[in-house]
Design a protein around this ligand. Structure first.
Ligand code: SF4
Length: 217
């Protein structure tokens, strides 16, 4: 078993299946992926709750809202002016190019959809990969700050890698399996919140015996 699969197995054995992403529809995943930039998930949940209360979790509904109303609904997620624009830009793009159909967008080859998403204002690699994986069910591994922290401490990353290098490493060493990618990203987040925090809590960590930075605590 390679290192990445071994670590995946350790995390799965410890935490069980995470069943990510927390959303009811693919469109809601996309809204969450845009709103979660630079904020925590609790704030995103409040913003999504507000949108749901207004029946505004569809492309049409987001486009029908005037910008100021949309800003107020998503205000809890922070950077709300920027994010309101980004949401409307995404919806406009989907409507103009795919008649509002996410199925049509995601029916293309992974690299093509990814390039399209990355050309949209405010969608960077992490957001694009989260959208591809959790909304599009396409095998694109999501890298985030937690990934860099954990795999740096485990000696698999040096800390000098760019986003694309880390994604390539995972995608070249793991089978192209949507479920595995979905779970792995969720497990990394879970592990970095419970054990591998900025100041880690190492006793009981399922990766302690292979870690280069284990702390005695
Ligand atoms: S042993 Fe500590 S530093 Fe290493 S992976 Fe576990 S929690 Fe993180």
């Amino acid at each position: 078993m390679n290192n990445l699969l071994d670590i995946y197995q350790r995390l799965t054995n410890h935490y069980g299946t995470r069943n990510w992403w927390p959303a009811e529809t693919p469109f809601e995943v996309i809204v969450g992926a845009i709103l979660t930039q630079n904020t925590n998930w609790k704030n995103v949940e409040t913003a999504i709750f507000n949108l749901r209360q207004k029946n505004a979790l569809t492309t049409d509904a987001i486009l029908q809202l005037d910008l100021e109303t949309l800003e107020q609904l998503i205000r809890p997620s922070g950077f709300f002016r920027q994010k309101a624009q980004r949401l409307q830009l995404f919806c406009l793009y989907l409507q103009d190019h795919y008649a509002g159909s996410l199925d049509a967008l995601f029916a293309q080859k992974l690299d093509l959809v990814r390039d399209e998403l990355l050309r949209l204002k405010g969608i960077g690699p992490e957001t694009a990969d989260a959208i591809l994986l959790y909304a599009g069910r396409l095998p694109s591994f999501v890298v985030d700050a937690y990934t860099n922290r954990l795999f740096g401490r485990l000696g698999i990353l040096s800390g000098d890698e760019k986003y694309a290098d880390v994604r390539d490493l995972f995608m070249s060493q793991l089978p192209k399996d949507i479920q595995l990618y979905s779970e792995y990203h969720a497990l990394i987040i879970n592990h970095c919140k419970q054990f591998c925090r900025k100041k880690p809590l190492c006793p009981g960590c399922p990766c302690a015996d292979i870690c280069l930075e284990k702390q005695p605590n």
